[in-house]
Design a protein around this ligand. Structure first.
Ligand code: NAP
Length: 281
């Protein structure tokens, strides 16, 4: 791979938030954590400080706002006042300003809106996060989207450009989503692209049937299929960082090892062409 080294971000979506995992991460030189206000039943920020307040300064931290507790359980909202309060709350709970704050699946709030109304709502939300960054509540802001297609529909042109666009990555992501990401990040002039969920949250059986190791160059017999899938995910779509979840330090070590492999970008391009061809046929 050319350009910056690929970066592993330890995602805490499914994590038990145990100190041992954070210690193992630091031992492996994994120094980026990704969480969100609602993770661990809306206790992720507090649990991190309870378990490892002393370790947190050694990590860069990204978190997400825009998913709130509600009477019925939880709800998405792009209300700029709620977003601002949520960013302030995150800093209080974490005992420090997060490095990056991401809008959490904003597409969920666009359902049923006209493109013009969606554009205005998303724009106000982006401005709230851009203002929070300007005011020193975080260093950077961005958007984490499970499905970027509705964001493209509201025409992001003219909205504040996010520093980070975080999207699903890897072989389990369909060509429609990969294409939507490419269009969106260009239209929005997003800074970095981060991938997430390279294993779709689990699905281990897939790798028994599909061997992604031919996508490495040279083929690495010493790496497992899971490792190859993780490494190739940085090209599906092209991403500088990858948020991946594990509660197993041994698995984390395997993922770190995989970062050193090179991806056969020609094979990835061929794979994408094949997916496009199948869609058209
Ligand atoms: N919309 C959003 O904003 C959003 C949505 C989803 C995810 N994310 C971000 O992406 C992160 C990752 O997503 P995710 O946890 O849902 O999915 P994931 O990273 O695709 O998958 C996590 C699963 O992969 C397994 N795994 C990891 N490394 C492995 C290895 N070396 N060998 C075998 N199994 C391995 C883990 O099991 P073990 O624990 O047994 O290793 C865990 O069950 C989240 O924590 C979050 O930061 C964001």
């Amino acid at each position: 791979m050319h350009g910056a080294d690929p970066r592993l971000v330890l995602g805490l979506h499914r994590s038990r938030h145990h100190r041992d995992l954070l210690t193992a991460a630091l031992d492996l030189s994994v120094t980026a954590l990704d969480t969100a206000a609602p993770y661990l039943g809306f206790r992720s920020h507090a649990a991190l400080t309870e378990a490892a307040a002393d370790l947190l300064p050694r990590f860069t931290l990204s978190t997400k706002v825009g998913f709130f507790p509600s009477a019925g359980g939880a709800e998405h909202s792009l209300d700029p006042v709620r977003l601002r309060l949520a960013v302030e709350r995150a800093a209080r709970e974490l005992g420090r300003e997060p490095d990056t704050v991401l809008l959490h699946n904003p597409e969920q709030s666009l359902t049923g809106l006209s493109p013009a109304d969606g554009h205005a709502l998303l724009g106000d939300a982006c401005t709230a996060l851009a203002d929070a960054a300007r005011d020193g509540l975080c260093s950077a802001w961005g958007v984490a989207s499970w499905d970027p297609r509705p964001l493209g529909m509201v025409r992001v042109h003219g909205l504040p450009s996010p520093d980070v666009l975080m999207v699903r990555a890897g072989f389990l992501v369909g060509i429609d989503l990969l294409d939507a990401t490419t269009v969106l990040r260009t239209a929005w002039r997003a800074g970095e692209t981060w991938g997430m969920s390279p294993f779709g949250g689990g699905h281990r059986k897939v790798w028994e049937e599909f061997d992604p190791r031919p996508f490495l160059r040279p083929p690495h017999d010493d790496l497992s299929r899971v490792q190859a899938a993780f490494r190739a995910a940085f090209h599906l779509p092209s991403a500088s960082a990858m948020a991946v979840g594990t509660d197993n330090p041994g698995h984390l070590a395997q993922l770190v090892q995989a970062l050193g492999a090179e991806v056969d970008v020609a094979a990835v391009s061929q794979y994408l062409r094949t997916l496009h061809g199948h869609r058209q046929s």
